[in-house]
Design a protein around this ligand. Structure first.
Ligand code: BES
Ligand code: MN
Ligand code: ZN
Length: 497
């Protein structure tokens, strides 16, 4: 979808469709009032009749209103004025975009970004409008033989602002929003592709393709023999049960001076998690194709950085493997040595995420990072604790955690901090190795993070558990593109200083 920004009053706009908001109950927004005046009270008459009373999530398409130069007007319900906050604004943008997409109007001019919203400026409203609209129109049909796309989808959405002076800020928001939306779409595509297509090698090829498309990006792919030389016994222990060779994908984006320390993002890239010998139950096991959504999220974020040419250095590391129970697979009780030299007793082969991440985190140290954030669909316990609304956030550096929480808040892709207290470390004790890879039934998200913390002691590090937020279940089953908005916002805030 193509977006742009312009200024001008609603009643003067020509074109296929104008989008204006209505608050509940039947309270016209400023833009709607302007159309109402120009059409001799047509909108007032319609809401009076009860055809649309402004409920959130509702839309009404009107055709050929008298006195207006546009073909259609789409009324969008905003809900009650007193409850019109960030989430309601996003919802209105998304509702409008999906209604337009189905309507046959291929172009539209929306006045939603001009609505007053407490504490939010034009930049924020424009970027959020783009992300919400693009996400609402996202479809995945690559693996269907018959495409189900609308015949006349929405192609161009113009964000209209009453004040001409607001246009530059609107354009800046549009640009950032578009990069975030594109990053999300990449993350969604990689997540949605099935495990037989999206293999570790496929992820490596996608990374190489990104590298070809952006001149500031260099991509290295380490093979299993390279990982053996590095002593990555934990990552390789997971890969043993699979016939697909593991890959360690390393992407370097150079947007700042050589000597500026990079931000390192590490994404769990388990392209299918069967549990290994500690096999998972059958129900919903298909959803374990989404176990590479950490990888997808950091790759989507990297793409957004490239597109925006952000002035920073960024290294993205993806340990990619399947977790399967082949004859050579790692068994419960096996002890392996990680790259750090620490030994691990693998009591449950289904706790594989931390095993691939720990070696990737050790590897990250060689880039002398300013900070490391790892992103992983790491624990079912996180879904129990936070559900689908927030990512779990843990780490060893409060300013970093604070910055990530803030980025989550402003992007709407929220995270929630959990404690990483020393007391929890005890749960990882093993009689046979330096640590076990599981910490028992209590506080599963925290003990997983405790495990990772042992490999990032000398770094400023944070961990995002995205198990609950990375994909939707049920009839909307599919990748969400999270946490691309949070991570990209974090990096945008960082370069803005
Ligand atoms: N990929 C899963 C975590 C997961 C499960 C994410 C369900 C989303 C939904 C991870 O590899 C895993 O299996 N974790 C185990 C850890 C346990 C064995 C300590 C889990 O959460 O059950
Ligand atoms: Mn697992
Ligand atoms: Zn997993």
């Amino acid at each position: 979808m193509h977006f742009n920004v312009k200024s001008g009053s609603p009643e003067k706009q020509r074109g296929a469709c104008l989008v204006v908001g209505v608050h509940e109950p039947r309270h016209l927004s400023d833009a709607a009032k302007a159309l109402d005046a120009a059409s001799d009270g047509a909108l007032t008459a319609i809401v009076r009749r009860g055809d649309h009373d402004g409920q959130a999530g509702e839309t009404l398409m009107l055709h050929n209103l008298p006195g207006l130069a546009c073909e259609r007007v789409l009324l969008v319900g905003l809900g009650k004025k007193g409850e019109f906050h960030d989430a309601a604004y996003r919802r209105a943008c998304a509702t409008a975009a999906s209604a337009l997409d189905k309507s046959g109007a291929t172009e539209a001019i929306s006045y939603l970004a001009d609505l007053p919203l407490k504490g939010r400026d034009i930049y924020w409203k424009a970027s959020q409008a783009v992300v919400a609209s693009a996400s609402a129109c996202y479809r995945f049909d690559e693996t269907k033989s018959k495409k189900e796309a609308p015949k006349r989808p929405l192609k161009k959405l113009t964000l209209a602002l009453a004040e001409r002076s607001a246009v530059p800020e609107g354009e800046r928001g549009l640009r950032d929003g578009q990069a975030i939306a594109n990053g999300m779409a990449l993350a969604q595509r990689l997540g949605n592709l099935p495990g037989n297509i999206c293999t570790p090698n496929f992820l490596a090829e996608q990374a190489r393709a990104l590298g070809k498309a952006h001149c500031k990006l260099k991509v290295d792919v380490l093979e299993e023999k390279d990982m053996e030389k590095l002593g990555m016994g934990a990552l390789l222990a997971v890969a043993r049960g699979s016939r697909q060779p593991a890959k360690l994908i390393v992407m370097h984006y150079k947007g700042a001076a050589r000597d500026e320390r990079p931000v390192v993002l590490v994404g769990k890239g388990v392209t299918f998690d069967s549990g290994g010998i500690s096999l998972k139950p059958g129900a919903a096991m298909d959803e374990m194709k989404f176990d590479m959504c950490g990888a997808a999220g950091v790759m989507g974020t990297l793409q957004a950085c490239c597109e925006l040419e952000l002035p920073l250095n960024l290294v993205v590391i993806v340990p990619a493997t399947e977790n399967l129970p082949d004859g050579l697979a790692t068994k419960p009780g096996d002890v392996v040595t990680s790259m750090s030299g620490q030994t691990i007793e693998i009591l449950n082969t289904d706790a594989e995420g931390r095993l691939v991440l720990c070696d990737a985190l050790s590897y990250a140290a060689r880039f002398e990072p300013a900070l490391i954030v790892d992103v992983a669909t790491l624990t079912g316990a996180c879904v129990v604790a936070l559900g689908k609304h927030a990512s779990g956030l843990l780490g060893n550096h409060e300013p970093l955690i604070h910055a990530l929480l803030k980025a989550g808040q402003s992007s709407g892709d929220r995270a929630w901090q959990m404690p990483l207290w020393e007391e929890y470390q005890e749960q990882l004790k093993s009689n046979f190795a330096d640590m076990a890879n599981i910490g028992g039934p209590q506080a599963g998200t925290i003990t997983a993070a405790c495990f990772l913390s042992r490999f990032t002691k000398d770094q400023h590090w944070a961990h995002l558990d995205i198990a609950g937020v990375a994909w939707n279940q049920g009839d909307k089953k599919g990748a969400t593109g999270r946490p691309v908005p949070l991570l990209t916002r974090f990096l945008l805030d960082r370069v803005a200083g």
